[in-house]
Design a protein around this ligand. Structure first.
Ligand code: HAM
Length: 419
């Protein structure tokens, strides 16, 4: 039997109510901050991500699902949304219509990572991008929205971590400092970190190897070497977070796995999901729009992993969804009435009521079992002596009260079910 591909997961009908609850919460919070939804294609030209995310990143270097199509174009299933949103922003000149464009999304993403709890190869993100302003208040808005969504889902065990990566010039100066510091310790670093020393030295902070961590712990910190503007913006973020009563930690090692970040970066971690603790991450990306061919435009954003959040919610039992039910289940007492039952069901369904009946020629007892399983609020019995008199029997399942209804009085049922 063919099974789902490693690292992918079916979202079964029993999972859907929790997904819907999360999606509604996300939409509500984004709407209250006036973000508008955008949907972009599942695949893009590979160059978009290679250029946008950075050739030296793990995502571009080893995790992308890239393929060549029949016209010899290299395409990639999107590993993240920011580059795709910027592409759409530029392609449709969204900035010409509005100086600040605030967008949100929910979509599947694809990365060929080693699967484990909370880490998949097809996963889903929701996120937001605000393109067109340098205001650090927008950086705060990202943290605020992410925090508000997680809190609304009832999550408690959260840690907000922030850092500033400064401007590219600051970062270049700092990289020199870091290089000097690591020069004579280079040989003690892991192979990966030795490679990063040459290609992307900041990413050494991402290393999970303990001996690397020991070395890097005493390294000079970027937050202590910020330019004046980045420093001032970082102060605004800290002050504003305190005003919103969002507790946070400064994490100088928070360099993030994508190359486009400048100034503020942040993550929100959960203590309830095992090894993969980051529920969301984001930050400012003031140079990406230029990198992708636009004119200099300042921007900030974040994205969150839905599977990981739902896992945290499950582990914390942070919310429950109402038990699913249907409005009415039609029970057929005499077998020959199948088509009449279907006709009545059709009339009720036209009124947008949630209606079902038996398609398996089951006994009355089995039909009743099904009605109970579906948590039917009412059961409508059709058949027997009543049928000959032109009547049906409507039973209210919460109090057991029964009422006879004429065939041509389906309206009575509708008004009862609506009351
Ligand atoms: P990211 O940190 O790569 O950022 O991903 C954001 C979130 O997606 C992570 O915190 C995690 O919850 C989830 N995630 C990532 N990879 C996986 C995976 N393999 N399985 C399950 N969940 C995963 C970005 O994607 C940036 N585009 C965020 C951003 C938007 N920055 C600015 N704007």
């Amino acid at each position: 039997m063919i099974k789902a591909v490693t690292g992918t997961k079916d979202i079964l009908p029993s999972d859907i109510p929790r997904w819907k609850y999360l999606e509604k919460t996300v939409e509500r919070v984004f709407a209250s901050f006036n973000y508008k939804e955008i949907r972009t294609p599942i695949f893009e030209e590979t160059a978009l991500f290679a250029r946008g995310i950075g050739e030296e990143t793990d995502i571009v270097g080893k995790e992308m699902y890239s393929f060549t199509d029949r016209s010899d174009t290299s395409l990639t299933l999107k590993p993240e949304m920011t580059a795709a949103v910027v592409r759409a922003y530029l392609e449709h000149s969204l900035g010409a219509q509005q100086p600040l464009v605030k967008l949100f999304y929910m979509s599947p993403m694809f990365r060929q990572e080693r699967p484990q709890a909370g880490r998949f190869r097809q996963f889903h993100q929701f996120g937001a991008e605000a393109i067109g302003s340098k205001s650090p208040l927008l950086d705060v808005e990202m943290i605020q929205m992410a925090y508000e969504i997680l809190k609304s889902l009832g999550l408690k065990n959260l840690t907000v971590k922030i850092n500033s990566l400064g401007t590219p010039e600051t970062r270049e100066n700092y990289k020199k400092l870091l290089k000097e510091f690591l020069e004579d310790k280079k040989n003690k670093l892991s192979e990966d970190s030795r490679r990063r020393f040459e290609t992307n030295i900041l990413r050494i902070f991402d290393s999970k190897v303990e001996s690397d961590q020991k070395i890097i712990k005493d390294a000079p910190k970027l937050v202590d070497h910020l330019d004046e503007e980045s420093k001032a913006d970082f102060e605004v973020v800290k002050d504003q977070l305190a005003k919103y009563e969002i507790p946070f930690e400064i994490d100088p090692a928070l360099v993030r796995g994508l190359d486009y970040y400048t100034k503020l970066t942040f993550e929100i971690d959960s203590g309830s999901v095992g090894a993969q603790t980051a529920l969301c991450g984001g930050g400012r990306y003031d140079l990406l729009i230029e990198t992708l061919g636009g004119k200099p435009t300042l921007a900030t954003g974040f994205a969150a992993g839905i599977e990981r959040i739902l896992l945290a919610c499950e582990n914390e039992k942070s919310f429950t969804v109402p038990v699913q039910s249907i409005d009415v289940y039609l029970v057929r007492i005499s077998d020959e009435l199948e088509s009449f039952v279907s006709e009545i069901a059709g009339k009720l369904r036209k009124e947008n009521l949630l209606v079902d009946f038996d398609y398996l020629q089951r006994s009355v007892k089995a039909q009743m079992r099904e009605a109970n399983k579906l948590n039917a609020k009412y059961v409508l019995f059709i058949g027997g002596d009543e049928y000959k008199e032109g009547l049906m029997n409507l039973k209210n399942m919460s109090n057991g009260v029964e009422e006879k209804i004429k065939f041509d009085k389906v309206d009575t049922i509708i008004s009862k079910l609506r009351s």
